[in-house]
Design a protein around this ligand. Structure first.
Ligand code: NAP
Length: 260
């Protein structure tokens, strides 16, 4: 049997990333786990090594810090055994736009946007040259819902969805699979970490169910996987409405409704 690629998972110390680590280890993949809490990742790694026999490396990195992003990027560029990137590390931010500090918003963008782009950029050329590889980016339904009043978090996740769809257009002809995973509220530490009021949490999906559904989409090579969306036709209609506008964007005169 050919060697399975190594899977590099960011945000692997808890929640969705930790379940991805469990599932890929049980599929027989060696892993590189990335997050800030090395001790937690070591604990997970020793359990998974004992239970599955795969090799697991732990890389401590704060993905809001350019030097740490650079370290992980270099690893992705140089280690051609890594064939899957799970761009999962992310955080939320409580409060309304006007009450959040600019520093906190910029920090969120560094983690949820800049690091995601940098790590995808680090692997994309190598994957494209090899004609294989997979990039999985974790978005959120909030990225489709400005109505939820989580403007900066939602904007980072809208970015992740757009980036994933754009990368799929650019990279799938070269043999590289790109998946956007779009969870809704999922039972992880993100709520507590972002200061959400425990009395006001939305209904939550269990994290194992979320990741197992995302992996069904991964195995089917779906470009966008929305585990909580039961009516798949709604997504197709949404994409259809967007694509129906594209020819009109070539218009060189303004629409009639804008004529004075
Ligand atoms: P989580 O349990 O809080 O996990 C977040 C992970 O990201 C942790 O492993 C954390 O590890 C890591 N992380 C946070 N800040 C980091 C930093 N500066 N540098 C490196 N790693 C960092 O939350 P989760 O729900 O699993 O979140 C995973 C992804 O799912 C995020 O992108 C989130 O936006 C997305 N998502 C979650 C939900 C939900 O309801 N849970 C819904 C939609 C989308 P360390 O603290 O050890 O660094």
């Amino acid at each position: 049997m050919p060697d399975l690629p190594i899977v590099l998972i960011t945000g692997a110390s808890s929640g969705i990333g930790a379940v991805y680590a469990d599932r890929f280890a049980r599929r027989g993949h060696d892993l590189v786990l990335v997050a800030r809490d090395a001790q937690r990742m070591e604990t997970l790694a020793s359990t998974l090594r004992a239970e599955t026999g795969v090799a697991i490396e732990v890389v401590k990195a704060d993905l809001t810090q350019a030097s740490d992003v650079e370290t992980v990027s270099r690893r992705l560029q140089e280690d051609d055994r890594i064939g899957v990137l799970i761009n999962n590390a992310g955080a939320g931010l409580s409060g309304s736009f006007a009450t959040q500090s600019s520093a906190a918003q910029q920090n969120l963008i560094a983690l949820n946007v800049s690091a995601v782009v940098a790590l995808a950029n680090a692997v994309a050329p190598r994957f494209a040259r090899a004609g294989t590889g997979a990039i999985v980016n974790i978005g959120s339904v909030v990225g489709l819902a400005p109505e939820f009043g989580m403007s900066v978090y939602g904007a980072t996740k809208a970015f992740v969805l757009y980036l994933s769809q754009g990368l799929a257009v650019e990279l799938s002809p070269k043999g590289v699979y790109v998946q956007a995973v779009v969870p809704s509220g999922t039972r992880t530490e993100i709520w507590d970490r972002s200061g959400a009021d425990p009395a006001n949490l939305p209904p939550l999906m269990e994290v194992a169910d979320l990741v197992d559904a995302a992996l069904v989409g991964f195995d089917r090579r779906e470009p966008v996987t929305v585990p909580p969306l039961h009516d798949a036709a709604l997504w197709d209609a949404f994409q259809g409405a967007r694509q129906a506008m594209l020819p009109g964007f070539a218009a060189t005169v303004p629409a009639d409704r804008y004529r004075a």
